[in-house]
Design a binder for this molecule. Sequence first.
Ligand SMILES: NC(=O)c1ccc[n+]([C@@H]2O[C@H](COP(=O)([O-])OP(=O)(O)OC[C@H]3O[C@@H](n4cnc5c(N)ncnc54)[C@H](OP(=O)(O)O)[C@@H]3O)[C@@H](O)[C@H]2O)c1
Length: 310
Amino acid sequence: MRFIITGGTGTIGRALASDLLSEGHEVIVLSRNPVKGKAFLPPETRIVGWDAKTAEGWVEWVEGAAAIVNLAGARLAGPNPFKLRWTAKRKNLIRDSRLHVGQAVSQAVEAASKKPKVVVQASGINYYATGDEIATEETLPGDGFLSEVCTTFWESSTAAVEKLGIRRVIIRTGPVLHPESGPLPPMVLQSKLFFGGPLGSGRQWFSWIHPADVVAGIRFLMDHPEANGAFNLCAPHPLTNAEFSKVLGQVLHRPSTFRVPSFALRWLFGEMSTTLLDGVRAVPARLQSLGYPFRFPEAETALKDLLASS
Ligand SMILES: NC(=O)c1ccc[n+]([C@@H]2O[C@H](COP(=O)([O-])OP(=O)(O)OC[C@H]3O[C@@H](n4cnc5c(N)ncnc54)[C@H](OP(=O)(O)O)[C@@H]3O)[C@@H](O)[C@H]2O)c1
């Protein structure tokens, strides 16, 4: 079967592409820079260039495809570690990149005569802003910047495919624990340098997920025709930031008592510090009700698996 992954050169897309290829499927990755993208993907991947705005040049691949997985979008944190703040320009990029790729996917689905069976639309658990309350898929969205990105720009960008009769699955994904990208590497470094510990109060919730469950969860949702609508893609046992840093310290045999004060994070990162200081206590209620078997439901086993060679 043929699978199309937009933004497939990224953390989640690479893992998903490898998994699909290992089972003999055809994988088409849409990338703004196919030459650079080649280095990140197995050689059997077909990398097709696109402008991330229109369906031009890639609709032919959509004909008869099993699924389109729409993962493309600008990172929440910019590439320069000294310029992580959300400037107005960065916010526009975060919003517009997601809106435009989603609209391009909708256009391509509309143009294809043999349409894909399912569109998987990326989103984030930052859709919610519930503090200590558990967030299931029934929970209403928050009203901060990231909630607005998720609702108004990201999730709605491919809503049009539903009107064409295509099944759509939205994956509200939690922070992915990847050893080389995302939130884990700085936490591991901090811990290894004996500065591990909570951020701010440490009471904010951290709804993490192991990369293996991201891939298997997406595959499960694609394979189950009854799966429709939004799914929280995070482990069933979220921890507070303090609990998570304690488990990380135990796995790395380091203390976890150094607290980074909230004001320092606010001063350094401005509004982006909300991603560190305002947690979301999301649970994968709908995935579990469909019977998805989590490979890594507990943070300790997940971290031991990911950091085995650390
Ligand atoms: N990783 C996580 O912890 C996490 C958690 C929740 C949600 N998500 C979301 O899930 C999606 C996939 O996550 P990921 O970690 O794999 O992301 P990623 O590593 O940042 O990869 C996303 C891909 O999107 C493309 N891209 C970057 N900037 C773009 C822009 N301005 N316009 C269009 N395309 C752009 C890039 O591909 P090319 O350069 O090849 O075009 C990039 O490889 C993202 O949208 C992310 O926000 C991720």
